[in-house]
Design a protein around this ligand. Structure first.
Ligand code: NDP
Length: 284
């Protein structure tokens, strides 16, 4: 049976280190600051934002909340971002997605200063990631890389199959694995013979958003399986993109859903904010 990769514990350990770093920075007169902007009252977004605020407080990070009504105009939001870009107390800016339809999401993300882009979605930071000189790395894939580190999984020379090519998970995780010298296959909805590709993988990363679509018998004996997917089935139950029971019979290690990749995402947002504050402290 596979070893369970405990994302909750890895995230907890990382948060202790983040809080220590934040405390050191405070002694130097730099309190790490994260601005969180929420537009509208989407219930899921509200939950995420309050989780982020709580996590900031626990790690000694100043959290600057901006909860704006759904009818906020694009101009008003752009003006707020401009203000935050110039606010010296702020090291990271997070705009909670999705935004209301009348606001151009790309325009907003591209207005965030690349030096405060704690989510790593600005094209400048995407470009830096692709060229191997990252400034901010997107939180969920960065969290996966931290899990590999914590678990002692060496990617060098390994065949990694990523299922899903989104800008927030699939593409950046592929780049990060490539930077660690893995050979990466990036699969998507038009990929042919997906099962054969997954069967050949030493490491499988699933980020699709389809409940248990990666079957247990696709997993090579001894492979490491990272399941990024979060899917609600029925009233309450959450399942990943991988058939956990079936895959556990073949994998050497696997992340559960929930309790796997999920807890890493907010942790990496805090991590990115503190790293940005360190850069501010260096400039003082
Ligand atoms: P997207 O919907 O943006 O992307 C899904 C990707 O899966 C697309 O590239 C799509 O291909 C591909 N895909 C869809 N169907 C198939 C198929 N049958 N075979 C192969 N590939 C397929 O999703 P995200 O990347 O945003 O999220 C993926 C999952 O990860 C979701 O469950 C989401 O909830 C979860 N997630 C979890 C996070 C966490 O913190 N744990 C954070 C972010 C996401 P194509 O490009 O061709 O359409």
């Amino acid at each position: 049976m596979a070893r369970i990769i405990d994302g909750k514990q890895i995230a907890k350990d990382l948060r202790v280190a983040i809080a220590d770093d934040a405390a050191d920075l405070k002694k130097k007169g730099v309190t790490p600051g994260l601005a969180v902007v929420l537009v509208g009252d989407d219930p899921a977004s509200r939950v995420y934002v309050s989780m982020k605020e709580k996590a900031c407080a626990e790690c000694g990070i100043f959290s600057d909340e901006h909860k704006l009504p759904a009818e906020t105009s694009e101009e008003q939001l752009l003006a707020l971002i401009d203000e935050l870009n110039n606010d010296e107390r702020i090291d990271g800016i997070l705009v909670q997605l999705p935004l209301p339809n009348h606001i151009d999401e790309n325009k907003i993300l591209e207005t965030i200063s690349p030096a405060k882009d704690a989510d790593g979605f600005h094209p400048y930071n995407v470009g830096r990631l692709v060229t191997g000189k990252p400034l901010f790395k997107p939180c969920t894939p960065y969290g996966v890389m931290k899990m590999f580190e914590a678990e002692g999984v060496d990617l060098k020379g390994k065949d990694v199959v990523v299922v899903g090519r989104s800008n927030i998970v699939g593409k950046p995780i592929a780049m990060m694995c490539l930077a660690e010298h893995a050979t990466v296959t990036l699969c998507h909805s038009r990929t042919q013979d997906l099962d054969a590709k997954v069967r050949a993988a030493d490491i499988v990363i699933a980020a699709v958003g389809r409940p248990e679509m990666v079957k247990g018998d696709w997993i090579k004996d001894g492979a490491v399986v990272i399941d990024v997917g979060v899917n609600r089935v029925g009233d309450k139950k959450l399942v990943g993109d991988v058939d956990f029971e079936g895959a556990s019979k073949h994998a050497s290690a696997i992340t559960p859903v929930p309790g796997g990749v999920g807890p890493m995402t907010i942790t990496m947002l805090l991590y990115n904010t503190v790293e940005s504050a360190k850069r501010r402290a260096e400039k003082q």
